[in-house]
Design a protein around this ligand. Structure first.
Ligand code: B1M
Length: 232
């Protein structure tokens, strides 16, 4: 039996446990991640802290080593699956705030892009903040977005892109909305690791959101502005 097998997660203190969860996420160990999440919750950690400090923290390390050619797609896929199983435990807890309904958002990852962890996280946090969220999943072309906007009539369109090659597609969607005279009907929020504020402005989005917490705050302030305009 290796030394690794001897580690009993519940016997570690919080810092050690989070460190161990970074390693377990890196190694794609789904059950251990689930156990770690449950232990932190039992110790009174807020679901949001478990998410950002343990899971997102661990995924940042995976991302760096993927970038540097130390990890490859199969390993990253396993890490992503472990992260998702941890997120699944947190999802109902984050959505449990009992917040009043704030508005509705349609969100999806753009065409050509299959990254969905960040988008899922945004969806979870938005639900937790009281938004109704319609998640279109990954690889959405302009017709898919437009169809969902028509059917769902949301306040907000959210788009996610993780690749420098797919982020320009957000402009295609926004330009199509403009060409159809629909651009001003929706608050358009965009996000994803390779984007920045300047890009958001350049493509005509209402705002770029650095992370899920910023997405929630930005959505809330745009909805408040919309309500103020309507009552003025
Ligand atoms: Co990919 N991948 N990947 N990958 N992957 C990146 C993005 C990359 C930066 C890694 C690297 O090289 N350093 C790189 C892109 C480089 C570039 O474009 N310049 C890359 C590459 C190259 C690729 C492939 C091309 C690899 C290949 O096949 N050779 C391939 C592409 C497939 C495709 O999409 N067509 C690929 C595949 C994969 C996996 C399938 C293995 C897996 C995805 C699994 C999944 O998502 N189900 C994967 C992963 C996991 C990553 C990294 C390691 C992690 C992404 C992640 O989940 N981060 C990533 C490295 C990195 O980003 N540093 C990488 C955690 C997540 C919580 O953060 O997604 O940034 P993030 O979301 C944040 C914010 O950005 C923001 O809020 C979120 C939460 O705080 N946000 C929004 C995101 N979307 C938003 C939407 C909003 C608002 C905020 O709307 C309102």
């Amino acid at each position: 039996m290796s030394e690794e097998d001897d580690i009993i997660l519940s016997e570690l203190n919080d810092d050690e446990l989070v460190e161990q969860m970074f390693d377990d996420l890196y190694d794609g160990m789904k059950e251990e991640i689930e156990e770690g999440v449950n232990i932190l919750l039992d110790r009174g950690w807020a679901p949001y802290d478990v998410l950002t400090k343990a899971l997102v923290g661990g995924m940042t390390i995976v991302g760096n080593d993927f970038r540097d050619g130390i990890l490859f797609v199969p390993e990253v896929l396993l890490a992503a699956q472990a992260m998702k199983s941890g997120m699944a435990i947190l999802k109902p807890l984050l959505a449990e705030t009992g917040a009043p309904r704030m508005g509705k958002m349609v969100i999806g990852t753009v065409k050509g892009d299959i990254h969905d962890i960040g988008k899922n996280l945004v969806a979870m946090m938005m639900e937790g903040a009281g938004f109704e969220v319609v998640d279109l999943g990954i690889n959405n072309d302009v017709d898919k977005y437009l169809g969902a906007l028509e059917t769902e009539q949301p306040d907000i369109l959210g788009m996610s892109a993780l690749l420098t090659t797919t982020m320009p597609y957000m402009k295609t969607v926004i330009d199509t909305l403009a060409a159809k005279g629909l651009r001003d009907d929706y608050i358009v929020l965009v996000g994803g690791a390779p984007l920045n504020e300047e890009f958001g402005k350049a493509i005509g989005a209402d705002a770029y959101c650095r992370d899920a917490a910023v997405a929630v705050e930005t959505a809330k302030s745009f909805i408040a502005r919309k309500h103020n305009q309507m009552s003025a």
